[in-house]
Write a protein that binds this ligand. Structure first.
Ligand SMILES: [Cu+2]
Length: 173
């Protein structure tokens, strides 16, 4: 019994030290450190289709820049934004966290579907006009033209983030 136990402990040791290293060193910015995250699988990129929530904006028609921040507590600040019908907004977002975050604009049903896809294929690269992925400490932007009056949602679709509450809403009035 004793012999069995010591063998077990020995074999567990490298695993434990790896776990400790991992925690100390490479936990932050998991997106950037994961091979495949930046480039993804060829052919898996998907385009957002124009929806009721608006469309890619023309930078020449931007009427306002809204400065936002996102962080590891899974929050966007502000997370409640009011715009006018057909208004073109430039979102300028700073990621003050230690891991990559995203802002993806869309209707809640689309965002949930998309989040589900991201969970199933975490190495998938996605890029389109309605979203931006921002690494730790970096800034990025989206130029978006909203459509008719209503509510448009946005969320971070890094796996688990939306589920943890990383969402916000834009009221178009
Ligand atoms: Cu996030």
């Amino acid at each position: 019994m004793n012999k069995f136990l010591s063998v077990l402990l020995l074999s567990a040791l490298p695993v434990l030290s790896f776990a400790a290293d991992h925690k100390a060193g490479s936990m932050p910015d998991m997106h950037a450190n994961m091979p495949g995250m930046e480039h993804g699988m060829a052919g898996m990129e998907h385009e957002a289709t124009a929806s009721a929530s608006g469309k890619a904006g023309d930078p020449a028609k931007v009427s306002r820049t809204i400065v936002m921040s996102m962080n590891d507590t899974m929050q966007f600040t502000p997370n409640n934004i009011v715009v006018k019908e057909d208004e073109t907004i430039r979102f300028f977002i700073k990621n003050t966290g230690t891991m990559a975050h995203e802002m993806v604009i869309g209707e809640m049903s689309e965002l949930k579907e998309h989040a589900e896809m991201m969970r199933k294929m975490p190495s998938m690269k996605h890029a389109s006009a309605n979203m931006v992925t921002i690494n730790a400490g970096q800034s990025g932007g989206i130029v978006w033209q909203f459509g008719k009056a209503g509510v448009v949602d946005f969320a971070c679709l890094a796996p688990g983030h939306m589920e943890a509450g990383m969402t916000g809403k834009v009221t178009v009035e």
